[in-house]
Design a protein around this ligand. Structure first.
Ligand SMILES: Nc1ncnc2c1ncn2[C@@H]1O[C@H](COP(=O)(O)OP(=O)(O)OP(=O)(O)O)[C@@H](O)[C@H]1O
Ligand SMILES: [Mg+2]
Length: 606
């Protein structure tokens, strides 16, 4: 039987798991890491880098390194969320042919699903290396609060990566699967998932026989660790500007270094109460003098700067609870998921609001992928005990009325799969075409309706007299994906529907991207080995240079050492010419010599 992998495609980190024997386990990559940074970069020579290798070069190649692409997936370029990313990101976001957000990387413009596909491919490779066989099927998770466009775009990413996405599952639901075992039947839990980019909460009832029933869900796809980091960056920028009259945001590299340092400080402050930020030579002033950023940051300050973000997550939790018709006291457990839940202020707040310590038994970074793998196995019958997921749609689905209003067909928090039929009557005699605009909207956010598609019903039997009734059925499947069909009531004849994708990719576009991704995958496997050799050579060059300098100042004029140093210098200058990666085979041949030189210098230094 073919194996199904479970993929948590995160904003900051992605993770892949598979059922191995009776239990699902996360698969580590070649470097031993269990999660892969969701980062993609294009090097000077046009090579694509994914994951750790992309993260390592982010500072020196900020403009061509993409992070947090998940915040852009399935979104229109002119949406407020994308506009905010345009202001903050160090890479360039442009408008695509369907009005969607795309990313410019050197000479290429990539769609967001293509960026995500590169990450998915990376995880596919990790899984294949581990299993020793090709992997085709996957369950991919998305934030519960993703709308149809975002879900479709995630599925497209899977297709481009050469994966058959057998199910899209909501992240908190996947986390609950990894937590729920038979001993927990009959309990009600809240899954609080504060990740890098999104905040999600779901209230679930763990029923008998592996039934997971979602009672309510709520979230915010623009509330995450990225926003916490951004708060710190804003503060640092303001303080620096007050002191030096220089705007650190004006320099991409400074911005990237700042963002990195802010995130690092935030993580440190989860375990210590104060930390130092130290960024020498961050920027220069008008007179060309180098400026340094150095300051200490306390946990209390971090908490003060971000308190409203945490409060917002708690409000969303309480909303989900009330949608589920429950009180705080009805919860048996609050599960913590997502890297941000390591922040003590979050744990404290939950304890305070819910009157109980949160449950930290699931691994915050791994449980979503594990749940996805368990669900995948159950879908293809590889698990003895099937799982039954009764999830809900987080958003309400409806159509735009003539006056521009909203006619709700499926309310938020309806259990999926579900379908509704609505009858429409033609408004004038002889009418053969009717157009319907389908929208999705978050509760209390009437003004921010998301266009899912326009459906034109064509070929309606044109009666000379009297109106024709057309039944339009709207269905949401188990993936949370919307489908629409229309038929004439009297004849039962199906009217043709044309769907104009609102911001998605067309089929031919996806096929084209799929082809180039498959080709790029082969090149990448090869390219990555080269890039890691290049990075290794670069760091050895730095080390050898430094050791050589030390030795020179202490060696005096020993002729033996002089000859040795001259030999090393020759290797060094050759290597320096090659660290731009233009001649990888020559550089590879030079690596052992560099390594020997470094070893010798290290021993002389002792
Ligand atoms: N020790 C820590 N203290 C505070 N924050 C942390 C810690 N470790 C990781 N984080 C933060 O957690 C976030 C990443 O969490 P996670 O990996 O769960 O997100 P994700 O799954 O990629 O994103 P999402 O689920 O929103 O798509 C980052 O913002 C990271 O800085
Ligand atoms: Mg996550």
């Amino acid at each position: 039987m073919k194996r199904v992998i479970g993929i948590d495609l995160g904003t900051s980190n992605s993770c892949v798991a598979v059922l191995d024997g009776a239990t699902a386990q996360v698969i580590g990559n070649r470097g031993g890491y269990k999660t892969t940074p969701s980062m993609v970069a294009v090097t000077e020579t046009g090579r694509k880098l994914v994951g750790h290798i992309a993260k390592r070069q982010a500072i020196t190649n900020a403009e061509n390194t993409v992070y947090a692409a998940k915040r852009l997936i399935g979104r229109k370029f002119n949406s407020p969320q994308v506009m905010s990313a345009v202001r903050h990101a160090s890479y360039r976001i442009v408008e695509g042919p369907h009005g969607e957000a795309r990313i410019a990387l050197r000479s290429e413009i990539l769609s967001v699903p293509e960026i995500s596909a590169l990450i998915l491919q990376e995880l596919k490779i990790v899984a294949e290396d581990f299993l020793g066989e090709p992997v085709e099927q996957a369950v991919i998770t998305v934030p519960a609060y993703f709308n149809d466009n975002q879900r479709q775009a995630t599925k497209d990413a899977g297709l481009i990566a050469g994966l058959d996405v057998i199910r899209i599952v909501n992240e908190p639901t996947a986390a609950a699967i990894s937590y729920g075992t038979s001993q927990r039947e009959g309990t009600t839990v809240a899954v609080y998932d504060f990740g890098g980019g999104t905040f999600d909460v779901s209230i679930l009832e763990l029923g008998k026989g592996g039934v997971f029933k979602v009672l309510g869900t709520a979230g915010d796809t623009f509330l995450g660790g990225e926003d916490v980091d951004e708060r710190l960056v804003d503060w640092l920028v303001a303080e620096f500007e007050a002191e030096h009259k220089v705007d650190l945001r004006s320099d991409r590299m400074a911005r990237q270094r700042l963002k990195d340092a802010a995130e690092k400080a935030k993580c440190e402050l989860s375990s210590v109460s104060s930390t130092e930020l130290n960024l020498p030579f961050i920027i220069s002033n008008e007179r060309g003098e180098a400026l340094h950023l150095q300051r200490s940051l306390s946990r209390a300050k971090l908490e003060e700067l971000t308190a409203d973000l945490i409060d917002r997550s708690i409000d969303i939790c309480l909303d989900a609870l009330s949608d589920a018709g429950l009180e705080k006291g009805d919860l048996d457990d609050v599960l913590l998921v997502g890297g941000m839940t390591r922040m003590p202020a979050i744990q404290r707040k939950i304890t305070e609001v819910f009157g109980r310590e949160p449950n930290r038994s699931v691994h915050p970074d791994e449980c979503v992928a594990i749940g996805a793998a368990m669900h995948g196995a159950s879908l293809v019958g590889a698990e003895k005990k099937p799982l039954v997921l009764l999830d809900v749609t987080p958003l309400s689905l409806g159509i735009m009325t003539h006056g521009g209003g909203f006619d709700e067909l499926v309310p938020a928090n309806t259990t999926v799969p579900t379908s509704r039929v609505k009858s429409f009557t033609t408004s004038r005699d002889g009418q053969t075409r009717m157009s319907i605009i389908v929208q999705q909207v978050a509760k209390d956010r009437e003004g921010e309706r998301e266009l899912l598609g326009e459906f034109a019903l064509e070929g309606i039997s044109s009666k000379a007299k009297g109106a024709v009734v057309v039944d339009v059925s709207f269905a949401i499947d188990a993936n949370g994906i919307v489908a629409v069909e229309a038929s004439e009531q009297a004849s039962g004849k199906k009217a043709a529907i044309t769907v104009e994708a609102s911001s998605g990719l067309t089929k031919p576009e996806i096929q084209e991207m799929q082809k180039s991704a498959a080709h790029a995958m082969d090149e990448r496997r090869h390219g990555e080995a080269i890039e890691s050799e290049r990075q290794a050579a670069q760091s050895l060059v730095g080390e050898v240079e430094r050791l050589l300098e030390n030795l020179r100042s202490s060696a005096g004029d020993s002729s033996v050492l002089g000859a040795t140093m001259a030999g090393i210098e020759a290797v060094l200058s050759q290597a320096k010419l090659l660290t731009d990666g233009r001649d990888p085979s020559k550089l590879k041949a030079l690596l052992p010599q560099l390594e020997r030189a470094a070893q010798m210098l290290r021993s002389l230094g002792n």
